[in-house]
Design a protein around this ligand. Structure first.
Ligand code: HDD
Length: 681
């Protein structure tokens, strides 16, 4: 239990037995019938219980976040490995014994609160650290760059991205005219757009995505020396994605897919964890970085130029007690920093410093949002701010001004002091020349992808652009041509646009760490993966138990799915309980599928066959033995390719090695090198 947990405990009001009361604490004897003049007569206005109940219900909703409306949160803690005094005075980064409580919220950007988790989208990755020196909010995304360079363009970007204003469509999708109209007229977006078209926009799990602070921030040490810094979160379980077709199907099958996954993992004690890494750049080196301006948020700093130093670990170990009170009311503000961490002149960051505090006024209804339990710092609050809607503290004393001698004046101590950066310049609305290049890093990203990642990107551009007006498609292809000619040609072919003439040569540089196939330093593990076992009457219960035990021992889980819920009859005549009927679930909710041998022929069950075909199509491990092979054959899975496909496991019969071979394939996530174009799923 962290100190924040203890603080929150004081705000808990359990549901449960005991006398029902009004908000005033008055006991209520009946909450099912309003007060009437006669059983069939009119309702009386004096019914204070009815009025209060309806009033409270009528006002349950607050405005959803203007972006990042849909999310999931969790409590946890952060601990730094070694003191970072050389760079910062921030207490939580200098004391390895300090377990700093955190609340993290992950989100999609475009969709409304009720939309689906698996839309193609950027994901928010926001962490509130309740440090002993006040709250520090690191409000990042799962992609290291942003669409625009200046916060002045944020309302334009978001208007274009969100559903169009006349009919409020489409929901949670960038595949529409307005978005592509805007981005093709604003070339600085091109780098982030290619990330959005990549698998990064479809995380398999919030627990399996990276996070980035995006901007360059500043760390300041005890001698007042400043170091530029970029924050990176690296998931211990590796970075993994869904494929687009699967993500779209999940939107229907389980729109809460990512939220549920986070919740279930924490409930199961499989606490998600990320390593915090820093890219540290001495100020004097800032201009030696391949012409990258560290103040430009549309650019990343390749890890090959500045390595990411691991400095600490974040672990999420407790689900919220109440979604609204915590996940909905948590108010992240980019301006919440602590001594030792400071801002830079990145114009996007500067605009954010205003926007986050401002938006909470509308969202949370007034200036006292920092008093809400989830937002309250652990550090004591002492100032003369007062009044306003929803003041929930009771300030005590006469002197509500500074300085005073009546109550004693809060003293300035070794508090936050802005880094005394020297600035001068004419007032002007102007972009720096060093922000002018927009394609080089998009090319770098493209070059760093494996061939399957490139194929997914091409398919995504084709899908999105295939839904927009022809002149916008043409413009998009022109931009792609400046990123990579082959990319532009492949996309053009798919969307009925004339192939462009080559305009620039690809610079040929790459940054291996940008690929999700780059797994250096990440332990491949099947932990928390979900395996579907399609069972039928006559399955060998002993074999099923061996398989399930092996999965559980490896930290994965195996569900037994059958044509009907209840049980199947094992080969020994004893019923084997199934987890659920195939009809109530789908291959897209699992990481792998196994079809064991059984007396009953599952290959005549279209749902089972489709299940296997679809899993195979999505690159998942598919395994079968004995009569289970019939299901794979019926699914038109080319069994002869098994030798070259580590994720296609086919055996004449169950062997003791079978579970381990399966789990190794699950740990590797998918085999996206398969040719699945002919699979009817
Ligand atoms: Fe933002 C929410 C991340 C640029 C204005 N943003 C929001 C959230 C995340 C981000 C994760 C959800 C926080 C939560 O869970 O409550 N935003 C980013 C990143 C950006 C970025 C990584 C670029 C590097 N944002 C950005 C700009 C502006 C905003 C340039 C405005 C100038 N963002 C907002 C906001 C939101 C928000 C309107 C909506 C709800 C909220 O703040 O609390 O103020």
């Amino acid at each position: 239990m962290t100190s924040k947990d203890r603080q929150l405990a004081g705000s808990r009001r359990p549901f449960g037995a005991g006398a029902l009361t009004t908000d005033q604490g008055t006991p209520v004897d009946d909450t099912d019938n309003s007060l009437r003049a006669g059983a069939r007569g009119p309702t009386l206005l004096e019914d204070f219980h009815l009025r209060e109940k309806l009033m409270r219900f009528d006002h349950e909703r607050i405005p959803e976040r203007v972006v990042h409306a849909r999310g999931a949160g969790a409590h946890g803690y952060f601990q730094v490995y070694e003191p970072l005094d050389e760079y910062t005075t921030a207490d939580f980064l200098t004391d390895p014994d300090a377990r700093t409580p955190v609340f993290a919220r992950f989100s999609t950007v475009q969709g409304s609160r009720g939309s689906s988790d698996t839309a193609r989208d950027v994901r928010g990755f926001a962490v509130k650290f309740y440090t002993r020196q006040g709250n520090f909010d690191l409000v990042g995304n799962n992609m290291p760059v942003f669409f625009i360079q200046d916060g002045m363009k944020f309302p334009d970007l978001v208007h274009a991205l969100k559903p169009e204003p006349h009919h409020e469509m489409p929901q949670a999708s960038s595949a529409h005219d307005a978005f592509w109209d805007f981005v093709t007229l604003q070339p600085e977006t091109m780098h982030h757009v290619i990330w959005l078209m990549s698998d990064r926009a479809l995380p398999r799990s919030y627990r399996m995505m990276q996070g980035f602070g995006v901007h360059t921030f500043r760390l300041v040490n005890g001698h007042g020396r400043s170091t530029f810094v970029k924050f990176h979160w690296t998931p211990v379980l590796g970075t993994h994605s869904l494929v687009f077709d699967e993500a779209q199907l999940i939107s229907g099958r389980d729109p809460d897919f990512n939220r549920r996954d986070l919740w279930d993992a924490i409930e199961a004690g499989q606490f998600p964890s990320w390593e915090l890494g820093l890219q540290l750049i001495p100020e004097e080196r800032a201009f030696e970085l391949d012409d990258i301006d560290v103040l430009d948020p549309t650019k990343l700093i390749p890890e090959e130029l500045v390595p990411v130093t691991p400095v600490g670990r974040l672990t999420l170990d407790r689900n919220p007690d109440n979604f609204f009170a915590e996940t909905e009311q948590v108010a992240f503000c980019v301006g919440n920093v602590v001594p030792g961490i400071d801002f830079t002149d990145d114009p996007l960051l500067q605009a954010r410093l205003f926007s986050y505090m401002d938006t909470q006024l509308t969202r949370l209804g007034g200036p006292n949002f920092a008093q809400l339990p989830i937002n309250r710092p652990l550090a004591p609050v002492r100032n003369h701010q007062q009044d306003g809607a929803h003041q929930s503290a009771v300030p005590v004393g006469r002197a509500n001004y500074h300085p005073n001698y009546l109550n004693g004046t809060p003293t300035g101590g070794p508090g936050f002091r802005s880094y005394p950066e020297h600035v001068e310049g004419p007032k002007e609305r102007k972009r720096s020349e060093t922000f002018a290049e927009h394609y080089w890093q998009a090319t770098l990203f493209w070059n760093s992808m494996t061939s399957w990642e490139q194929e997914h990107i091409i398919a995504a551009y084709r899908y999105e652009l295939g839904k927009v007006a022809l002149p916008i498609r043409v413009r998009a292809v022109e931009h792609l041509n400046r990123i990579d000619y082959d990319l532009a040609v492949s996309v053009a072919r798919g969307i009925g646009v004339e192939e462009p003439v080559k305009s620039v040569d690809n610079h040929g540089r790459s940054s291996p760490a940008l690929s999700q196939a780059h797994r250096e330093g990440v332990e491949a593990s099947p932990r928390t993966r979900r395996i579907a076992v399609l069972v039928a009457d006559g399955a060998d219960a002993r074999v099923l138990a061996l398989l399930r035990d092996a999965c559980t021992a490896a930290g994965a889980s195996a569900d037994l799915l059958a044509p009907f819920d209840g049980s199947v009859t094992g080969s020994d005549g004893v019923p084997v309980e199934v987890t659920r009927a195939i009809a109530t679930t789908s291959s897209v909710l699992y990481d792998a599928v196994v079809v064991p041998s059984a007396a009953a022929d599952l290959s005549v069950d279209g749902a089972a066959v489709h299940f296997a075909a679809e899993a195979y199509k999505h690159g998942k491990p598919v395994a079968a033995f004995g009569s289970g092979l019939g299901v794979l054959q019926r699914a038109q899975i080319p069994l002869t390719t098994a030798e070259a496909d580590p994720a296609l496991i086919v055996e004449e019969e169950f062997t003791p090695e079978f579970p381990q071979t399966l789990l190794t394939a699950v740990a590797a996530h998918r085999n996206f090198d398969r040719d699945v174009s002919a699979i009817p799923a």
